[in-house]
Design a protein around this ligand. Sequence first.
Ligand SMILES: Nc1ncnc2c1ncn2[C@@H]1O[C@H](COP(=O)(O)OP(=O)(O)O)[C@@H](O)[C@H]1O
Ligand SMILES: [Mg+2]
Length: 213
Amino acid sequence: MSLFITFEGIEGCGKTTQLGMLDDYLQQKGRRVMITREPGGTKLGERVRDILLNTDGMNISSWAELFLYATCRAQLVKEVIKPALEGDNIVICDRFYDSSVAYQGYGRGLDLEPLIAINRCVTGGIIPDITFILDCPPEAGLKRAWGRINAGGEVREDRFERETIEFHRAVREGYLEIARREPERVKVIDGNREIGEVHKEISDIVEKIVGSL
Ligand SMILES: Nc1ncnc2c1ncn2[C@@H]1O[C@H](COP(=O)(O)OP(=O)(O)O)[C@@H](O)[C@H]1O
Ligand SMILES: [Mg+2]
């Protein structure tokens, strides 16, 4: 049986950290896990990610931004997510379509109806079995994210990390609204706690689902 898990939340809330810990946890239990991320995860996606990273002074319109992310998502679903789910893997994705609803919808203010319709088109109707929203105040998340960026090394997509605190508050509220609308699928996890504590809550939830597969 396959399972599709996504991690969502504002910058620095701990998505990548928790995804890695869940990956290790499930692998230790002998599960076949496939990890991927948005935007990117495919050749086309990585090239579009480059555009988003190196804006080169371009002021990308909100709809253009939405479609760039949608492009990455469409390709990722076709090339990676769908085949992996058909191959009975547990697929864990760092961000998925809820990010567009939260960032371009609630954050940028784009009309939700067409945005959600576009999401549905590019995902071919694939819906995560479970989505973890790591909730934390933007101040805390951004502080962590900046710490990570300043630690250097890899090139990071830090466009959103440069946005105003009001923008991030709107994104956070958007995520919480998504969770209110779909409480079965979307679990809000308090990300403003010690890393191990957050992991324990997540792995307990996943354990219950995997056990029943
Ligand atoms: N619960 C936590 N408490 C303190 N620091 C954390 C916690 N979770 C993650 N971090 C640290 O915060 C930074 C951002 O975490 P990361 O997982 O990269 O967030 P995201 O992928 O959501 O942007 C990293 O340096 C990470 O080690
Ligand atoms: Mg990350």
